[in-house]
Design a protein around this ligand. Structure first.
Ligand SMILES: [Zn+2]
Length: 228
């Protein structure tokens, strides 16, 4: 089996805390961009596994893609590179907006290129309740999950009420993105039990350190004035 279709066993369980498909996709990198990062999409199979966990692919389409990838190692490596290229463009766009900056035109161009490649597969299908958008299968197109990911980014960019709630996690070693859907818009961390707790422990230690230094300063002062 080729390196790009190698499987990690058991498959990684991805976290979905971004509140939006495209942000969850950007969160397939651990750590902080520009500092220390951990890549979670090391093989094409990781990408397919993430897409399945994100409900972008059903099992039979995922299996078909994996079979196709095994037959075409170079193409699956290229599809993974494209997925990561789109992911990073999406990350830079939303990280800029979360920091009240304008995204680079080149990143928007990148997103638009992927949209123009994939949007032709969007179709209207009848459902029990009416109609819905669906994606036509691109036979064994290894890049097909990029369509719904790019569309998710376009939808978020064109939804002002959601876009203004896109946040970067405040964790010192984290750069995950999420939509803050809390009532009072006070969410600061991607995962409270993770980055939130680290910050809480750090605050507690800092408070203790300050209290200790105030106490020792006070006792030093007391010993200086005591002879009077
Ligand atoms: Zn975080």
């Amino acid at each position: 089996m080729s390196a790009v279709v190698k499987t990690t066993s058991p498959p990684k369980k991805f976290e979905f805390v971004g509140g939006d498909v495209c942000l969850d996709f950007t969160n397939t990198v651990g750590g902080k961009r520009g500092a220390t990062t951990r890549e979670y999409l090391n093989y094409y199979t990781d990408f397919v596994s993430w897409c399945q966990q994100a409900d972008l692919l059903n099992e039979s389409t995922a299996d078909a893609l994996l079979r196709s990838a095994a037959r075409q190692p170079d193409e699956s490596a290229a599809a993974l590179r494209r997925a990561i290229g789109l992911r990073e463009a999406i990350y830079r766009i939303f990280a800029a907006l979360a920091s009240d900056e304008s995204p680079h035109v080149s990143d928007l161009d990148h997103l638009n290129d992927e949209l123009s490649t994939h949007l032709g597969r969007l179709q209207v299908a009848s459902t029990k309740k009416g109609f819905s958008w669906t994606w036509a299968n691109a036979d064994d197109g290894l890049d097909q999950p990029l369509g719904p990911i790019a569309r998710s980014a376009a939808d978020l960019l064109t939804s002002p009420h959601l876009l203004e709630q896109v946040r970067l996690c405040e964790g010192d070693t984290c750069g995950w993105l999420f939509v803050d859907s809390t009532k009072n818009h006070s969410r600061r961390w991607c995962v409270m039990s993770d980055c939130g707790n680290v910050a809480k422990v750090r605050r507690f230690r800092l408070k203790n350190r300050r209290a200790r230094s105030v106490r020792s300063a006070t006792s030093r002062k007391a010993s200086v004035v005591s002879p009077k």
